[in-house]
Design a protein around this ligand. Sequence first.
Ligand code: ZN
Length: 298
Amino acid sequence: MPVLLIFVDGLGVGVRGRHNPLDVLGARAAPLAVFEDEEPSLPFGGLLARTDARLGVEGRPQSASGQTTILTGVNIPRLLGHHKQGFPNERMREVLREHSLFLQLQKLGHGPDVFVNAYHPQFFAKRPRWVAATTVAVEAAGLPFRTFEDLKEGRAVFHDFTNRDLLKRGLDVPERAPEEAAAVLARLAGEHRFTLYEHFVADRAGHDQDEAAALDILGGLARFVRATLSLLDLGRTTVLLTSDHGNVEDLSTRNHTLNQVPTLAWGRGREKVVGRVRTLADITPTILEILKEEVAAN
Ligand SMILES: [Zn+2]
């Protein structure tokens, strides 16, 4: 009974207004548009858990600490005493190597699990000094990274699932409509026990306060998520969508926001997700619980 986690960098629960591209987009932003003090009506029977990204620590939530918390279940800002931007430091890498969701899943047995994002050939040629939380989390379980060959052959998705960024840089990859990329993701999710996909460009548009980019990116992402949901068997599959911190929902500031983030849940385990998730530290334990029940039931 597969679980798919869609991670969106920089997507918070904001208020309506001209500054919020999710409001400007209207129905085209479903299911990503969630507003304060308003019950959303989510397609495909989706449920919402408003999720605390501040984790009891002062300051603006940041990517490295938020993502590491999501992928381990360990409250990293509390461990460090602050929110950490950019890439994980050695302390955080240690936590990832010990508590990575992928590693904990591997200990349960009954894979296979996959991180579907394709890595640039440069990553394999010369490993960068600083790597993202997910890279360390995947390595902790000894899982292989997907390549641009996988991307071309429909076995991977780039973080910008349209591949437009790569095409602009002259790489030989196919351009994909949101629905085409969704078909790849849905097929991979059907073939694996646990599937992770990560999307980063909405956070960039938020930092740039670029409304045109934000509307384009969020409209495309919403299409991609709806198409993915339409292709999955939600009687078998659980889908979660979450974020590390707010940003793009408020283009009046270039900073991350202090807002909650949406954790959206569909399919088989959706009640469990909304019953359990209160903070980013609850994502990994919830996924493990859902998949442990499957192991017990089989
Ligand atoms: Zn950011």
